[in-house]
Design a protein around this ligand. Structure first.
Ligand code: ADP
Ligand code: GLC
Length: 490
């Protein structure tokens, strides 16, 4: 199958969160299964062209925008470890700047940037002669590809047999734009914008809604989240649109790329290990403690390390963990190693915790891919108390590294972590349900109790490592979805 992937993030080139991991991992798995894949990504100023061997092609693609034309230079690279071509669309005006989306509210011209990118991706496919069986658009940034394909490009014989599949990674970000600007930049007739039209939500142009309404199939990243967004406020106001598409909406559970997230081959960690050499995980733990200047002599080496690698937003449940974690630290029962940045108030909490418990807490801000791997390898437990979680990848990475996840059972966390039962010795982590501090406190207590309770601890870690969360399962499921999407074509 010819698959055209359109996304605003692809690992390792441009990554803010799990979206990038998935748009990097899926093409690698499809390629291994013999599919033809091409990826479209903006050439952001922050992408290291030299490091990845990204070179300019002879193509400069005309991109109709409103009643005028703009241009995208096409640059070329390969997805590491594969022959999958990735085309970087360059517009100095839109993408030659620091950052991907801009801080907090985002760049003011994100409407133009991503409407341009969506159209440029389709135009470039045509110029390159890459005739897709499916355009797989991810999240609101690439969502405009769906109405563009359905209402305009499919009239072109080149795209006549191309299906559109839209994958939602997070309903919290929808791309709500000024409708006058967006309809014009998007090349959509202004008459198509009216109350309750497929582009409109609460008076704004809503890219996510258009993606949902115009796609042939809509997927989201876990079965539980696919239900939550239809029936609860997790739909973030778009429950009606999702209900409308209910028969074409599916949850495809994310998976992990074991060429990258695998303690047996991970180049970022001190010593490789697997389920049969789990004792070597301790060497990684000591190396992490040393790297972060935390005491690791004598008994302190045995104190459990709780790890976290996260965007610090409300989604991630920071407010309900602060007090219970503080208490655990006060009692000297565990250490906390956290990497992440985001909301100032949350960052301040971790800074205060580090000041208060200098031997127990390390908080590292900024983005640090190698350290994120070493935290997974060097921690004993991994905390993820999310308020909502479309899927979540870091709990799956934790399991692959024999690090026991403590999660709130929502969205993909509910679909990937099985609660450990002492009586049966089954389960791959610790789950709790309520969004409150006492639930986190009880879960921490249970997890820390297991840490000190052999042989349960060994059983639990082995169970976690043996759970199959491989990306190839997800990749094959998507191919099925793509063929169902094609069946809907006239
Ligand atoms: P989300 O996409 O909601 O942020 P996921 O669990 O799906 O959550 O994926 C997060 C991804 O981003 C993981 O690969 C994680 O390791 C990575 N990540 C988050 N924050 C950082 C950071 N500060 N430095 C390095 N990697 C990070
Ligand atoms: C989003 C979600 C996260 C998911 C990721 C990849 O960023 O917040 O839960 O794992 O996308 O699909």
């Amino acid at each position: 199958m010819n698959i055209l992937v359109v996304a605003a993030e692809v690992a390792p080139f441009a990554k803010v969160g799990g979206l990038a991991d998935m748009t990097g991992a899926l093409p690698r798995a499809w390629w291994a299964d013999g599919h033809e894949v091409a990826i479209m990504l903006p050439l952001y100023g922050s992408i290291d062209r030299e490091l990845y061997g990204i070179v300019r092609t002879e193509h400069v693609v005309s991109v109709p925008v409103g009643y005028w034309t703009e241009y995208a230079e096409v640059w070329h690279g390969k997805l590491p470890g594969t022959e999958v071509p990735i085309y970087f669309l360059r517009s100095a005006e839109y993408f030659d700047r620091k950052g991907i989306y801009g801080y907090h509210e985002g760049f003011e011209d994100n409407d133009r940037r991503y409407l341009f990118f969506s159209r440029a991706a389709l135009e470039t496919a045509k110029v390159l002669g890459f005739q897709p069986d499916v355009v797989h658009a991810h999240d609101y940034h690439a969502a405009p590809c769906m109405p563009m394909l359905a209402t305009q490009y499919r009239h072109d014989p080149f795209f006549a047999r191309t299906a559109g599949v839209f994958t939602i990674h997070n309903m919290a970000f929808q791309g709500m734009y000024d409708p006058v600007r967006a309809m014009e930049f998007g090349g959509f007739p202004p008459s198509e914008f009216y109350p309750s039209s497929w582009f409109e939500h609460h008076g704004s142009f809503n890219a996510m809604k258009a993606g949902i309404m115009f796609a042939d199939k809509v997927t989201t990243v876990s079965p539980t989240y696919s239900q939550e967004i239809r029936w609860t406020s997790e739909g973030m106001g778009l429950q009606g649109a999702l209900q409308h598409r209910a028969s074409d909406l599916l949850g495809v559970l994310n998976g992990i790329d074991d060429t990258i997230w695998n303690p047996r081959v991970d180049e970022h960690i001190a010593v490789p290990y697997d389920a049969t050499t789990l004792q070597k995980k301790r060497i990684n733990k000591l190396a992490l403690l040393r790297e972060l200047n935390l005491p690791c002599e004598g008994a302190s080496a045995d104190l459990p390390v709780i790890g976290m690698v996260t965007r610090m937003t409300q989604q991630k449940g920071i407010p309900i963990m602060t007090r219970p974690v503080w208490e655990v630290l006060q009692q000297g029962r565990a250490r906390l190693v956290i990497l992440g940045s985001g909301v100032r108030e949350y960052e301040d909490y971790f800074r205060r915790a580090q000041d208060q418990f200098p031997d127990l807490v390390r908080f590292v801000t900024g983005y640090n891919e190698p350290l994120s791997h070493r935290i997974q390898a060097g921690s004993d437990l991994y905390l993820m108390p999310s308020q909502f979680e479309p899927c979540g990848l870091t709990q799956m990475y934790a399991m692959a590294y024999g690090t026991v996840p403590i999660v709130r059972a929502v969205g993909g966390l509910a679909d990937t972590v099985v609660h450990y039962e002492r009586t049966s010795g089954t389960g791959s982590g610790v789950r709790f349900h309520d969004y409150d501090e006492s639930a986190v406190a009880a879960a921490l207590d249970y997890g820390l109790g297991l840490y000190n309770d052999e042989p349960h601890w060994s059983t639990l870690r082995t169970n976690a490592m043996q759970q199959d969360n491989s990306i190839s399962v997800a990749a094959r499921r998507y191919v099925e979805v793509f063929s169902w999407a094609q069946e809907r074509l006239p």
